[in-house]
Design a protein around this ligand. Structure first.
Ligand code: ATP
Ligand code: MG
Length: 364
């Protein structure tokens, strides 16, 4: 059988620095019975410099063909003045749109060694491991009408429209239920059916999808405002949370702060399953950006990007045991006291470089 294919798009700023460490991990798996065919291409400002486009058509074709895409980060002050359609972020948006990545996965996992880094008390986050599944291509960010009208009497009216169709809710809830089966088998769906028609439909379609295909998964519902409160009051009650684009945007940022540094947070965006292979299009990337302030200094924390590859192992390559192994290696280096600069509090302490952190993870 052919090796699974991985397209790596390091991007700009610290993207190539953290991706170099992921390459070490990918190569380690290659030497230890899990080989990948790895291809590399440009995205973001570096692609604009090379082709005048934030992602070339050839790179898009490779992304379409790959089993998974792993992206570093895009953008930086160097490209502040490029035309809007060629700005670095346009490369990322084109990837999301052309691959139809409608499901955004944001895990919030608290590594024991970093529990004091959380904005909450240690006992609230110790052992925390939740996954927020956010709908990414529908809802109020895209619904029509979307406009500002001049009412003529010194008043203006702004309109955004929340639109969800049955199939959109069905497919995002199916992703949440499937992922729950790989975890603690529990899904909590969040909407505001008490004040929104789209919340009512959301609730009913999640219920119907559950009854038809996922009755083995435990399903609960929560109003999204109460959900935000519970996420801060007692986050460990959740396993998988599924919610719409707007609520997911907010709730995943709340969840991010439960765990500490931006340098620790991975993400995935998934598309529909291929009718022939059942495999989903997928893009994996750290939550952080290109961090131009620390680029080129060997200070970046590669863990968010390494954990993004762990998500790829789990969700694109049926390699849950290998993903566990990689996460355990990260856990171990943190427990051993290794810290990149972003993981050192105001009290200070010894730090390691980006490549020292990567080497330690590979050794572990
Ligand atoms: P974007 O708009 O691309 O999301 P941003 O300006 O919002 O970018 P980041 O580029 O993520 O944010 O950087 C925010 C801050 O966090 C910066 O000060 C940066 O140095 C720090 N930071 C981000 N990622 C890392 C990392 N992997 N390791 C260490 N520090 C990081
Ligand atoms: Mg940002």
């Amino acid at each position: 059988m052919a090796n699974p294919t991985l397209l790596i798009l390091p991007g700009d700023g610290i993207g190539p620095e953290v991706m170099a460490e992921v390459r070490k991990v990918v190569d380690w798996f290659g030497r230890n019975g899990r080989p990948f065919d790895v291809d590399e291409d440009l995205v973001g400002g570096c692609a604009y410099d090379a082709h005048g486009q934030a992602i070339s058509d050839a790179a898009m074709e490779r992304a379409q063909a790959a089993d998974a895409v792993l992206l570093g980060a895009v953008g930086g002050p160097k490209w502040d003045k490029v035309p809007y359609d060629a700005r670095p972020e346009a490369g990322l948006l084109r990837l999301r749109k052309d691959l139809e990545l409608f499901a955004n996965l944001r895990p919030a996992k608290c590594f024991d060694a970093l529990a004091d880094f959380s904005s909450l008390k240690r006992e609230l986050v110790e052992g925390l491991d939740i996954l927020i599944v956010r709908e990414l291509t529908g809802g109020v960010y895209f619904g029509e009408p979307k406009q500002i009208t001049d009412l003529g009497n010194g008043q203006k009216r702004a309109v955004d429209t929340q639109v969800y169709d049955t199939f959109e809710i069905e497919r995002i809830s199916a992703v949440a239920f499937e992922l729950a089966r790989l975890r603690d088998n529990r899904v909590c769906s969040m909407e505001k059916r008490n004040v929104m028609k789209s919340g009512l439909l959301w609730h009913d379609v999640v219920e119907a999808t559950h009854a038809a295909r996922f009755a083995d998964v435990q399903l609960t519902h929560m109003l999204a405002d109460a959900g935000g409160m519970q996420l801060v009051r007692a986050p460990k009650q959740f396993d998988v949370i599924v919610t719409d684009n707007l609520f997911g945007d907010m709730l995943s940022d709340v969840a991010a702060m439960l765990t500490g540094s931006l340098g620790m947070l991975p993400s995935a965006s998934l598309g529909a399953p291929d009718p022939k292979t059942g495999r989903r299009k997928a893009l994996y990337e750290p939550v952080h950006g290109s961090a131009p302030d620390i680029a080129g200094q060997g200070k970046a924390n590669p863990i968010a990007c390494v954990l993004s590859f762990a998500m790829a192992l789990r969700y694109s390559f049926d390699a849950g045991a290998e993903a566990d192994r990689l996460e355990a290696a990260v856990e171990k280096v943190l427990a051993d006291g290794l810290r990149t600069a972003d993981l050192v509090g105001p009290g200070g302490g010894a730090t390691v470089s980006t490549s020292e952190m990567g080497d330690a993870i590979v050794a572990a």
